[in-house]
Design a protein around this ligand. Sequence first.
Ligand SMILES: [Zn+2]
Ligand SMILES: [Zn+2]
Length: 311
Amino acid sequence: MRAVYFRDGEVELRETCGTPDEGVRVRVRSIGICGSDLHMLGMKSPLQCVAGHEVAGVLDDGTPVAVEPSVPCHECASCRAGDYNLCPVGAGRSLGVGRNGGMADELRVPESCLVYLPSSIDLRDACLVEPLAVVVHGMRRAGLEAGQRVAVIGGGAIGLCAVAVAKADNATVGLSARYDHQVAAGRSLGAGEIEGQYDLVVECAGTEKAVNRAIKLCRPKGKILILGTHWNGIPLQQIPAMMKEITIVFSFMYAANGAVRDFDVAAMLLARHPEIAKALITHRYPLAEVKQAFAVARDRKAGAIKVVLEP
Ligand SMILES: [Zn+2]
Ligand SMILES: [Zn+2]
């Protein structure tokens, strides 16, 4: 089988005779390229495993699944409470980070990673369940309520997923995005321009400027949900945030709310709203063209939002 590795800042497609992983075999049908993949590609110490954590495919019997990349211990206090994203060993061994991921013809995963999909989802789009689950979890952390005013800063895949999740909850959504194609994608999902103050501001740009704009846009006693990844920390304007008593909410990956995983909610949402995939997926490549796919994903100006590989 073929699998994608990162080496010396380069993407490498290798022919391998499989991986030693145990678990259920998933034949990959779609796998998304994420901003964190681009970040890991550029890191000094290269990833030791197959890349990729936005995975959808089929089991040997043809059952369609998305793959939740979390591999928590299932035993610690956080895991037992359903907060398995906070498991102390979980993040380091998740798929595409510490264990072989899905940029490959197939992968083997623990059964707990399987997310059974409604049959109405196109498997070519189902790799989007992962970024949607990130947003579903964040909105749950932020206590999104029906009909709220929500501003989204950042028009990448996570920002557009935030628009979609907020609209599904009947929010009035304003989007601030850098590029015209992102604005157009946001419009197609129901986002308008930003004006006035907001109950909830979702920061999805990962920049200092975005965080401080979020503080300006947030109403007194409102909330800011940080979904952007600030690899070098956030210098934020504390005084205006303090004077409005803003609550800043952090969020990490996805977890479960009782028996329902954020991933399950995300899968239902994607099934009910095919327009999300239409707005987000701008490019599709066969696995053999993975280098080209990464080059396009890296170049935001080229019009890419979500670039998907189809093994
Ligand atoms: Zn991702
Ligand atoms: Zn645990």
